[in-house]
Design a protein around this ligand. Structure first.
Ligand SMILES: [Zn+2]
Length: 113
């Protein structure tokens, strides 16, 4: 079992683990949305529709550091690997031109997207 993959379902937007029924987002009818957490998805829509993956990564890294889950460098490395493969960002990464921010990282050609 790969050690760095989170167990169980996790939010396909911010990568938060979805452990309790309360953690899940809701669709238009108020039913559970299995792919997203309640912070990201509510009533059938994203709570922050204009957020970019980079912004979400910063938010999630900050959260993990504050919660004492792992230090910032580790959180950044983990999320930088996981996030581009989440459903929300997979779709948008291929739809918009990739901004070369000098990171040297490539998203293209990921078989899981
Ligand atoms: Zn989320």
């Amino acid at each position: 079992m790969p050690a760095k993959e989170p167990l169980g379902p996790f939010c396909q937007s911010c990568s938060m683990p979805l452990e309790k029924p309360d953690d899940f987002g809701t669709d238009q009818a108020g039913y559970r949305e299995n792919d997203y957490c309640r912070h990201c998805y509510k009533g059938g829509a994203f709570t922050e529709p204009d957020m970019t993956m980079e912004q979400m990564l910063d938010v999630s890294v900050g959260f993990m550091v504050r919660q004492g889950i792992m230090p910032e460098a580790s959180a950044r490395a983990l999320l930088g690997d996981v996030m581009p493969r989440l459903k929300r960002w997979c779709a948008s990464a291929s739809a918009r031109p990739l901004a070369a921010a000098g990171s040297g990282r490539e998203i293209a050609g990921d078989p899981e997207c």
